[in-house]
Design a protein around this ligand. Sequence first.
Ligand code: NI
Length: 153
Amino acid sequence: MGKLVRTSLAIEEDLTERLDALLKESRCANRSEFIRDLVRNELVRKEWAKDEEALGTVTIVYAHDKRELSRKLVSLQHHHVAVVLASTHVHLDHDLCAEMIMVRGKAAAIQQLADLLRAQKGVLHAALSMSTTGKKMASSHRAHRHRGLHAHP
Ligand code: NI
């Protein structure tokens, strides 16, 4: 964690009540933790909006019996090798497969790959989880020591 500073906010009473209701649902320990998460989420949203380097996962669900589809999905990943880090295939049941594709790159390039995967005939669902490389949140990460668990460049 970076150095913590105390700050105060002026918020309308009814908004404070809503904040506390959201806080309760979120399982965050306190308002500070909740607001820190809100700010980080907003930073990540802006990274995506500004087409910065991002990290994400595309999950697709499809029926494997469509032979052409499996081939096409693999081909699409090869064409976007610059953003595809890895993928994991899961056999959901007799007919259905899921593939979780881990991606890193310009937000627009990731979005384009997700859209292409979603658009393939036979893909039942495609979801893009938008995360971050963490660079904008680096002070909270690099400032602390991992006690030898792993090293940072
Ligand atoms: Ni499968």
